[in-house]
Design a protein around this ligand. Structure first.
Ligand code: RM4
Ligand code: MN
Ligand code: MN
Length: 433
């Protein structure tokens, strides 16, 4: 028997059994009845729930690792084409991940147009492209050891600008319409770097990138408080990110990675402020316990995720000016099967989004006006504590997705087919952060 060229989903195996479909319908009816009692239409919520889509990062399909090691599973994708196949499976099961966010050069295609066609055949497109000046590449002339855009040497800065122009070029060929700039630039010791001048140099370089944006493109600046720089990163917080985005102009906005905040930061407040400034560009969803842990979104702090979604739904309903954030995932899967982790992630994000849709906003606004602390909080909690699983499953089912994506994936036999097809070679996934 010859192995197929690509692992395929066993469509029969992912169809829910009659018993599962019946149970789902009963759960949905019960929830629908409850919502009607609260004056909410199930269909309206379902329609809005289905608008939530999130891009999958090209770097999250292989097993991640830490600086201590990596424990790969079987059947990992060995190149960007195989990664696209895996993302198509995630989209097939969730119907909510039609776009890919590409990292360059980690997943740089030899022929962007060919990759774009391959993606289109799979029903996929491209969200923001990501640059990388936090590592030196083999053929690279100058080192980023002491920074890229903030570097004291103009030649290094020039090289970093060239890289970004290249990333934009690749993105243009893929059909992307935005670039995310996360810089590792910073210093690990007091005195190492002039704090103000390094920021000015960074902004100067960003102007060159911004000026090269194709028509209709946006540039996102992503802040991060520490790592790999441990004393002072150049784009350390949302304030620095906002300064950059405001200086650059209307096509620049801030990207919030949920793992890029110091402990106890009120992230939903950061989100609200960026919305108020008209500068919320997008998200890197993940979750964290201590630092930039890149864990499954909603796995550690589900209430925080709900509160973030609550700000997003609030702004959407109000039609806040300039509000059009890109939703992307940024995770590293060290222990879980990456496809399963991403299926869980999408499900968790949709649950949080669904709960945010259920908040009785009129009641909340009235309680806020009256300073009724208890009833205001109870209004939020009533939505948060609703079991929205049947709603999320129905949103998927209505679009041809799976009732339970992880169960369907396990039943599909895709991973073992992939393991067979993708015979182990010396392929090493790029992410070691
Ligand atoms: C950074 C940041 C970037 C991501 C890299 C790999 O911490 O989150 O968005 O592209 O990691
Ligand atoms: Mn990120
Ligand atoms: Mn990160």
């Amino acid at each position: 028997m010859t192995a197929p060229e690509r692992p395929l989903l066993d469509e029969e195996a992912i169809r829910p059994s009659t018993a599962d479909a019946d149970t789902h319908q009963r759960d949905l009816d019960a929830l629908g009845e409850r919502l009607v009692r609260d004056g909410v239409s199930l269909d309206d919520v379902l329609d809005e729930l289905r608008t939530f889509e999130v891009a999958v990062p090209s770097w999250a399909l292989g097993t991640g690792g830490t600086r201590f090691g990596r424990f790969p599973g079987g059947g990992e994708p060995r190149d960007i084409y195989e990664k696209m196949d895996d993302i198509a499976i995630i989209h097939r099961l969730t119907r909510a991940t039609p776009n890919v966010s590409l990292h360059i050069p980690w997943d740089e295609p030899d022929e962007p147009e060919a990759l774009r066609r391959h993606a289109a055949d799979l029903g996929l497109g491209f969200d923001a492209v990501n640059s990388n000046t936090f590592q030196d590449q083999p053929e690279q002339e100058l080192s980023y050891k002491f920074g890229s855009f903030c570097h004291t040497d103009a030649a290094v800065r020039e090289q970093a600008i060239e890289h970004h122009l290249h990333v934009i070029d690749v993105g243009r060929m893929l059909g992307s319409e935005s670039i995310t700039v996360w810089l590792a630039d910073g210093s690990s010791y007091p005195g190492q770097m002039h704090l103000r001048r390094s920021f000015e140099r960074t902004l100067d370089c960003l102007y060159s990138v911004y000026d090269a944006l194709p028509e209709g493109w946006r540039l996102f600046t992503e802040h991060k408080p520490y790592e790999p720089a441990f004393y002072a990163t150049v784009v350390q917080d949302w304030g620095s990110s906002l300064m950059l985005a405001q200086a650059l102009g209307v096509h620049a906005a801030c990207l919030v990675d949920l793992g890029h905040h110091l402990p106890n930061t009120n992230i939903e407040l950061v989100v609200a402020r960026l919305i108020a400034a008209g500068k919320l560009g997008g998200f890197h969803f993940n979750d964290a316990k201590y630092g930039d842990d890149d864990l499954t979104a909603g796995s550690i702090k589900p209430f925080q995720l709900f509160l973030v979604m609550n700000e997003l739904v609030d702004a959407r309903r109000e039609g806040a000016e300039g509000f059009a954030p890109s939703y992307m995932i940024d995770q590293s899967h060290n222990l879980k099967d990456p496809i399963e982790a991403l299926l869980m992630t999408v499900d968790n994000l949709q649950r949080a989004w669904a709960k945010a849709l259920l908040v009785d906003r009129d009641a909340l606004a009235a309680y806020q006006e009256e300073n009724d602390v208890v009833l205001a909080e109870r209004t939020l909690r009533a939505a948060y504590e609703t079991d929205v699983r049947p709603l999320v499953a129905e949103a998927r089912r209505g679009r041809g997705g799976a009732l339970d994506p992880v169960a369907a994936f396990r039943a599909s036999g895709y991973r073992s087919a992939a393991t067979l097809v993708r015979a182990a070679t010396d392929y090493v996934p790029p992410r070691s952060l």
